[in-house]
Ligand binder design. Sequence first.
Ligand code: KDG
Length: 311
Amino acid sequence: TAAALCLGETMVMLGADEGSLSESAVARLYVAGAESNVATGIAHLGHHVEWFSRLGDDPFGERIRSSLGNRGVDTRRVIVDPDHGTGIYFKDWSSGESSVYYYRSDSAAAQLSLADFAGLELSTRRLCHLSGITPALSPSCDAAMGELLLTRERGDTVISFDVNHRAQLWSAEVAAPRMLELARGADIVIVGRDEAETLWGTATAEAIRELFADAPLLVVKDSDIGATSFIGSESYFVPALRVEVVEPIGAGDAFAAGFLSAWLDDEDPVSCLRLGHVMAAHVLRSLGDTPQLPPRAELLALARLDERSWR
Ligand code: KDG
């Protein structure tokens, strides 16, 4: 079994090559889902990683499986649901700012429940990666996340949780207390400073640390400024790379992939943040959520460069 397991919904995404969705005659199909985006990044960086979810018994599900498989992600345990379709979303990037339109309610992934996780051999994994999108998908998904994060004994399997607040799926009022509760059950918490402010009114990384005082490892990302990790009483800050942003969606997942991959390699805290930024920079520069990346060795070399040459 793979050392790392990423769990959550993946969809087919449609984006117009040029112009708006209301006018464009041509749209391209992509595969995107926060946790599988992380899985493709971790696989690219050389780790055996599995992605688990439910997919519809349709061409989209097939496409997701083969696309993730081609990128080195193990999808062998994915459940094909005969009664529910694969989720779809559209991304419109014509106005300079991306808008997303979800068609995912009652999707196959929204049917995920705790019983589905029985065969996953969770306790044999080094890392299990979850996100705050899953509890927003359905009551059964929310209950399963609660079981995974809140009823376990902390042990060998490290659970990482990327808050990933999606305002279109649930309101901040509903999400705030649940996200806090779930994230507090994780060993590695990854959160954007801005989303934390939306959810919990915390303005600074230090204020977020106070909310997650017991988290063994907390990472606060502050958009193009940089990211801070908190471990015990120590904190580490690494500035983000300066890049021309083409389209930002997916960059947070790439950051998580770089960070977690370096963590799996037992790298030091600063190296983890650096690889996170290097991975994010590549996604910021392209339209898809998981673009093709330069070879692993090149990414690792970039992460080792002097920070002054990043900016
Ligand atoms: O983080 C990027 C994801 O938001 C995107 O790939 C789609 O999983 C997705 C979602 O739920 O928005």
